[in-house]
Design a protein around this ligand. Structure first.
Ligand code: BGC
Length: 743
């Protein structure tokens, strides 16, 4: 594994092996290793023009391809590997990449949902499971985890990340990299991971997909970089750059990002793959005049592998011959790729991931279903629960289930699950019907979306058809409790799915209000890939359950939570705004010069005249069927100096009637800094489980590392001064004390 200490002799041996291959390669063959083609059909990108498939086959036979993506199944992968190994001059094996984002065939919750578990062991296990299933079909590289910190819910890809926080995001990045890669890359149940998209992609202006990114160095260093750095420290094998520009320089052609920070400061020794076609897109950015110049810029800036631009394979040889690119630059990129091929064990056995029996035994095995069900339950967040409407009683109840998403077996798979079969998730209706004690009726009420195929989306987001309302109202009138499953279809978030309105799509909001009029005992189950603005529901609906898109076992997980067979413990990894106009909205903002109204009715303070400043649900929020009381926040010492530390302890007691889990969160505010510091920042958390009446003392260690940041000196350092510390069950904590750091 890279970036972990290896015996000197072992790394020298590896280097010698790589060099011995490199020595035998022609320049054309070297460039071939840097070329990645998508499978000969189209899945995730624009449709290839006619004739491309033939060209790709020809290139493959000439040894001009180093990796393929979007090929799945042992049969196809083996066939392509056979060409690379048996028909090319040097027989260098291919690496097969695939977007294994939240499961391969057996689908776990979308990454944002998993992040709501704050359970690192569970997240790691989920990635390990995905790796095992994918490796069994011949894949040995996933384009995950996406570690982009996202603060803007309009951007559709927040579903693929870990939310808005750099600290939580770093822990999750580590867990996912460890899960995918395991401890041995040569094992047949582990695959290469890829930290993406380096860097800044989620900060697209106005939340619009692929848009320009302009951020300060303070934000880049303190917010965007940490999860990437954590991935490097966890030994991630590969990085992917981004479609977007960063402060005027497209990420794919960005020397500062790739050479100075990643390969320089962080000593990353894996390779960087471009995003799909992002090298040739340098032309559209107005950063290169043609595809040849784009290739020159990208390779010199540290992009090692070209995904689907054909810019390297078409131009790199002549660029080297013309002296525009040094051969040593090409050699360095090739070596990085060959090294990982050795580490995967492909030179020893190019077909090691291609075992038909293993494929048959592994894909969709029952253990995976048990694991994704467990992860799904852990990902659910109870946003609101008044009148003790939840958990539902198990007998003698008439329950009306309403909403198109309740009866949908595809939407819960979410976006980015290209190998999953349609209609394979357990729907909410099916999950609820597994409980036999109640009488269940169902009405659709309104559609959410129409005309979806896996990756071509024809969505009528503004559907107006209310013909199903009457039936839904009739069903609701007869019921003791109404469970409404509303939100976004699984394909309304993800790449290319930015939204300018983040309310409930279509006429679902009206449906909700109409149903509430005839039966106020409504449990709203939300399915969505991003925070939604649902102020009316938050105000009026007594119980709200955030159930994201939870994957294959979705309906079972939701039913078990609604019936109290699983006590929810998830916490929001992203702030829920009141309205889209508040975005970007995040808990760790810096204070303005006018944070509060200092005179009655003044308008001259930082606010909106038509909206509150506060979120609908804050970062870290999530309820339980238990109740937790926090007390006794004490510090071991009121101050510490360099090399020292202090212990912050808090007592948490379960004062509820059932056992439950709680994520105890610790935040710090650095009161004065050389750059303005956030009003609070998550600096520690612990997931604990308590029986009724049981209490536990939870300790957090605070040292220099905890309080350091990228200062005005352009260095990571801890600055002397006063700090506040807050502990509680969300970013809206109640317990507070303070300490000093004395330099
Ligand atoms: C996405 C990447 C993905 C790649 C390959 C691109 O459109 O931005 O995240 O890994 O396609 O499918």
């Amino acid at each position: 594994m890279i970036n972990t200490p290896v015996q000197h002799s072992e790394s020298a041996r590896l280097e010698a092996k790589v060099d011995s291959v490199l020595k035998r390669m022609t320049l054309e063959e070297k460039v071939g290793q840097l070329n990645q083609y998508s499978g000969f059909w189209d899945i995730t990108g624009p449709t290839p023009k006619e004739g491309q498939a033939a060209k790709k086959y020809a290139d493959l036979k000439k040894g001009l391809v180093g990796s393929m993506l979007n090929v799945k199944g042992v049969k196809d992968i083996k066939a392509l590997q056979k060409i690379a190994v048996e028909q090319t001059r040097l027989g260098i094996p291919l690496i097969f990449g695939f977007d294994v984002i939240h499961g391969y065939k057996t689908i776990s919750p979308i990454p944002l949902a998993e992040s709501a578990s704050w359970d690192m062991e569970a997240i790691k296990k989920s990635s390990a499971m995905a790796a095992e299933e994918a490796a069994a079909v011949g894949i040995n590289w996933t384009f995950a985890p996406m570690v982009d910190v996202g603060r803007d819910a309009r951007w559709g890809r927040v579903m693929e990340g870990a939310g808005e926080d750099a600290f939580l995001g770093s822990k999750i990045a580590t867990a996912r990299v460890q899960g995918f890669q395991g401890v041995d890359l040569a094992a047949t149940n582990t695959i290469l991971a890829c930290a993406k998209h380096f860097a800044g992609y989620a900060f697209a202006e106005a939340g619009k997909e692929y848009n320009t990114v302009d951020v300060s160095e303070t934000v880049l260093q303190n917010i965007i970089f940490p999860p990437f750095k954590a991935a490097v420290d966890a030994g991630v094998s590969t990085f992917m750059n981004s479609f977007s520009q960063l402060n005027g320089i497209p990420a794919t052609g960005n020397n500062y990002l790739q050479r100075q920070i990643l390969k320089g400061d962080w000593k990353f020794n894996g390779f960087v793959v471009s995003d799909w076609g992002s090298i040739k897109e340098l032309v559209n950015h107005g950063f290169a005049k043609d595809s040849k110049q784009a290739a020159e810029i990208a390779i010199n800036a540290g992009s090692d592998m070209d995904m689907e631009s054909s810019a390297y394979v078409n131009h790199l040889v002549s660029l080297v011959q013309e002296g525009k690119v040094k051969e040593s630059v090409v050699d360095d990129a090739v070596k990085r790729i060959l090294k990982l091929k050795f580490e995967l064990g492909l030179f020893k056995d190019p077909y090691k991931y291609c075992d038909e029996n293993r494929e048959k035994e592994t894909v969709g095995k029952p253990e995976f279903h048990a694991e994704v069900l467990d992860m799904a339950k852990k990902s659910i967040v109870l946003l609101k629960n008044e009148k003790e409407l939840l958990p539902l009683k198990k007998t003698a109840q008439k329950i009306a289930i309403i909403g198109a998403l309740a009866n949908d077996k595809t939407s819960p798979l979410g976006n980015w699950r290209i190998a999953a079969d349609e209609n394979t998730a357990v729907s909410v209706l099916e999950g609820m019907q597994n409980y036999k004690g109640n009488q269940i009726t169902y009405a659709k009420g309104a559609d959410v979306i129409i005309g979806t195929t896996a990756f071509v989306l024809e969505t009528k987001i503004n559907m107006t058809d209310k013909s199903g309302f009457a039936e839904a109202i009739a069903v609701a009138k007869q019921a003791d409790v109404v469970v409404m499953v509303l939100g976004e279809h699984g394909l309304q978030s993800g790449e290319g799915r930015s939204r300018a309105d983040i309310g409930l799509p279509g006429v679902q909001q009206e449906l909700l209000e109409e149903i509430f009029k005839v039966n106020p005992n409504v449990v709203l189950v939300l399915n969505n890939g991003r925070p939604l603005a649902i102020p009316w529901a938050a105000e009026n609906i007594p119980a709200i359950v955030e159930a994201w898109q939870l994957g294959t076992q979705s309906g079972n997980a939701i039913a078990q939570v609604l019936y109290g067979d699983y006590n929810p413990s998830g916490k929001l990894p992203m702030t829920f705004p009141r309205s889209v106009g508040q975005l970007p909205l995040y808990y760790n903002y810096t204070s303005t010069g006018r944070p509060v109204m200092d005179e009655p009715d003044s308008v001259f303070w930082s606010h909106y005249i038509d909206e509150k400043n506060t979120p609908l649900y804050p970062f870290g929020h999530g309820l339980s069927y238990s109740k937790f009381e926090y007390s006794n926040l004490v510090l071991s010492t009121p101050s510490f100096a360099p090399g020292g530390r202090l212990l912050a302890s808090v007592t948490v007691k379960n004062v509820g009637k059932v056992s439950g889990k709680e994520v105890v969160q610790m935040y710090i505010r650095d009161l004065v800094g050389s750059t303005a510091r956030p009003v609070k920042e998550l600096k520690g958390f612990e997931l604990i489980e308590l029986e009724p009446n049981e209490s536990k003392k939870v300790d957090f260690i605070i040292d220099q590392n905890t309080i350091q940041f990228f200062t005005a000196n352009s260095k990571w350092e801890a600055e002397e001064g006063d700090f506040n510390i807050f502990v509680g069950g969300s970013s809206f904590t109640t317990l507070e004390t303070s300490f000093q750091y004395v330099n």
